[in-house]
Design a protein around this ligand. Structure first.
Ligand code: UN1
Length: 509
């Protein structure tokens, strides 16, 4: 495993970094990380203790006080150097993402590319953190709004994008003048350690304060400390709706702000006017890419009755051609699920949806034998189902696609698509501009992401990423998502020799 050495991962790793060094290992029992690819032990990590967490939070606070005085373009220069370092480590880091998390090497490299791209984006942004000026109603007064750094940002990320989601938050927060404490998923701490090793080189070389970009490996107890910590005015949390509901309430109770990226139940609508040559591969990649473990994964495909049988046949035939196996072997399309619990969730969801009346069209097996020793490989499944089934209404984080028929016009399909609690990503395949425009209109898709003639997953970093309803409402990554990482201030300046009051109020002494 050459990539482990290149990334500075040893058999036994400390799990707390201040951005410029590692804290001594705590007495906590080490976590053993096994690869879902082959079941082998990759390495052990000693998680953060409560006392270490407080140490990190204190250092982060004092680092913030220094960092906010560095000009934004200079902060951008540090992020530029981090982007350069990530370019250097793209190959080994992509391999580790694939080996620790189980996504295909192509997707692992794509994830690192997303990190590089967000660095570039943040560098440009560092000169464009623009407020606006407006006209005052009072003579010889100037009024404007400006954005100030906010403080220490807590980032809790999930296993499925073990490094990209951290970078979306961290690179933007860094140019905004914030310090960051990152708690990666305890299922994928090694990629996080590798990232810290890369970041540390840049921070040390530039003599930046310890605590600026920290990382703490730990379970829910560390997450709870962060949620309750008044030193963290903003929490960015990626995870299930259940986790996010709890996190959002806790942070709100202390008047903190949160960015929530929670579950999706993403649908693709295939209308009678779709180009099926484009639609079918779009559905297949959306449903089986990352073994169905993206929050943007296609969970439902809603197909017009006139093309239903054709789409069904093409999907089943495409699923038959999927090569499932070692994700580091580029011939394979689908790797393992993250762990055996995910495999049970997949198997149980299929049996529940069948009890509700669903018909399993293909897949659903747990693979055994040579190459599948980890017990985490499954064959992606398609189930004919109805939208109202309880199982269809909830997100199963696995390659399980529900095929749903609609009979009327596009409004019926849109109502089915919107008829779930989540609102992350959505797509329509149609060449009919009336169908497409109705779908994109404000009475159309209710999701944060709505695509035309491409699938639900694979968003680019340039647009704001996030969703509505139980997806949590947060926005990260591109566009003006940076505003969430800064505090806004309105300033009115009087350069007259009088004191006129707003709304014409008279107050003569
Ligand atoms: C996630 O699944 O948590 O749009 C994020 C995509 C990726 C990001 C997904 N760029 O599929």
């Amino acid at each position: 495993m050459e990539f482990l050495k290149k990334l500075g991962i040893s058999a036994q790793n400390a799990g707390v970094s201040t951005g410029t060094g590692w804290l001594d290992k705590s007495d906590s029992a080490p976590i053993a990380i096994h690869s879902p690819v082959d079941g082998n032990l990759i390495a052990r990590v000693t998680p953060c203790s409560e006392q270490q967490y407080h140490q990190v939070a204190e250092k982060a606070q004092s680092a913030f006080l220094q960092w906010r005085r560095v000009t934004a373009p200079q902060r951008g220069e540090i992020v530029r150097q981090i982007g350069e370092a990530l370019r250097e480590y793209k190959q080994p880091l992509g391999e580790l993402v694939s080996y620790e998390m189980g996504k295909s090497l192509q997707e692992g490299l794509g994830e690192v590319q997303e990190m590089i791209d967000i660095c570039d984006f943040a560098v440009g942004l560092s000169r464009q953190l623009c407020g606006s000026t407006m006209h005052s109603e009072r003579p010889l007064h100037r009024m404007y709004e400006q954005y100030h750094p906010m403080g220490v940002v807590g980032v809790i990320s999930a296993f499925n994008f073990p490094v990209a989601v951290w970078s979306w938050n961290t690179m933007i927060a860094a140019v905004c003048g914030d310090a960051v404490i990152w708690k990666p998923s305890e299922k994928t701490p090694l990629t996080a350690i590798a990232c810290q090793n890369i970041v540390q080189q840049v921070l040390i070389r530039n003599h930046l304060p310890e605590g600026l970009l920290s990382m703490v490996v730990g379970g829910p107890e560390i997450g709870e400390l962060m949620l309750d910590d008044k030193r963290l005015p903003l929490m960015s949390v990626t995870g299930s709706t259940k986790v996010g509901r709890h996190a959002g309430q806790k942070v709100a109770a202390r008047f903190g702000k949160s960015i929530l990226e929670l579950g999706g139940n993403n649908a693709i609508i295939v209308t009678a006017n779709a180009d099926l040559k484009v639609a079918v591969p779009g559905v297949v990649f959306g449903a089986v890419g990352t073994a169905g473990q993206r929050c943007t994964t296609t969970r439902r495909v809603i197909v017009h009755e006139s093309v239903y049988d054709k789409v069904k046949e093409s999907l089943v035939s495409a699923y038959g051609k999927l090569r499932i196996g070692d994700p580091l072997d580029e011939n394979n399309h689908v790797g393992p699920l993250i762990d055996k619990d995910s495999v049970s969730n997949f198997v149980n969801a299929i049996s529940r949806v069948r009890d509700e009346g669903g018909t399993l069209l293909c897949g659903g097996e747990v693979l055994q034998g040579q190459g599948y020793e980890s017990g985490c490989y499954v064959t992606p499944a398609i189930v004919e189902a109805e939208n109202h089934y309880a199982t269809v209404q909830s997100e199963t984080f696995a390659p399980l696609l529900y095929l749903i028929k609609y009979r009327g016009d596009v409004d019926e399909a849109i109502a089915l698509q919107n008829g779930v609690a989540q609102g992350l990503s959505s797509a329509i395949f149609s060449l009919d501009m009336r169908e497409v425009e109705n779908y994109l209109a404000h009475w159309g898709s209710d999701c944060g992401i709505s695509n035309v003639n491409i699938g639900t997953s694979g968003a680019e970093i340039g647009g704001a990423f996030g969703g509505e309803k139980e997806t949590g409402g947060g926005r990260e990554s591109g566009s003006d998502a940076w505003k969430a990482y800064m505090r806004r201030q309105t300033n009115t300046i009087n350069y007259s020799a009088e004191l006129p009051l707003a709304q014409g109020i008279k107050f003569d002494l």
